[in-house]
Design a protein around this ligand. Sequence first.
Ligand code: APR
Length: 282
Amino acid sequence: MKRALPTVALTRSRVPPPGGRDASAYFRVFDGYAEAGDHETMVEIMHRAKDEGLGALSVHELRIEHFRTQRAQRHGGGPYGPDDVYDRHMGAIRAEIRERLTALGPTIGVWSGDITRLEVDAIVTAANRSLSGGGGVDGAIHRAAGPALLEACLQLPEVSPGVRCPVGEARITPGFRLGTEHVIHAVGPVWDGGTGDERCLLASAYRESLVLAVGVGAQSVAVPAISTGAFGFPVTEAARIAVDTARAFQRERKGPERIVLVAFDDETEQSLREALGPDRLV
Ligand code: APR
């Protein structure tokens, strides 16, 4: 199955260790660096990279420099001429990015797209209380995982008639054909005007999912915008809750190392990025 790591432009994802199974995939996504279209900035960054050395650049700028150089070289207009000079330069940039991200510790990122494409240790789904499958992100995950996922869900014990997972809680199963080791089934609240306990329950659904992820040793976890689809939770507020809860959890528990908040539409992506703030560009 074709998979991709989060677009580097949008995340503060930890660079996988050299030779790790996703290292090449990570660097391939530089191709998708759509944000790097600002020619003037790129030229300026390049001059700084040359004049002052890579150490003078932020991680974000290093990523732009990496992308820009790669592009230019590929199209024959590269500034580094012979392959070995080019390889040395790119190797130095990658090493620098890796070192600085490692020093940063746990990170949270935003990625836009189909969550089933992500190569992570655990994927969270927005389920219903019976864990009997549904539409939206849950439908996509069940389709990608195959029928064994539903069977595993239905084997989980009911806590009350028809309820395998109360609102604000989460359950865990294998990922089956999804290729991801774990699927975490989180049940968010249905939005009821905000007069009930919706906000606390949404935060709880995120927190409980992360508790399960850490419990099985997952280092990378992808989480969709729980409750913001069929359950009608306002996106801006839900995004803030997602970011705040993930951030607080990571600080307190020192993990998981990489939380990827996944958007499936522009409004959600925008809201998540705003909630994450300038942090997303290191
Ligand atoms: N990848 C990532 N995100 C997705 C995907 C996907 N493939 N498909 C949908 N989404 C997004 C939606 O755009 C929305 O932002 O997931 C978010 C949550 O939407 P829903 O899946 O509708 O989840 P929720 O609002 O929590 O409602 C849960 O819907 O499918 C049923 O069984 C589920 O009854 C439960 C209810």
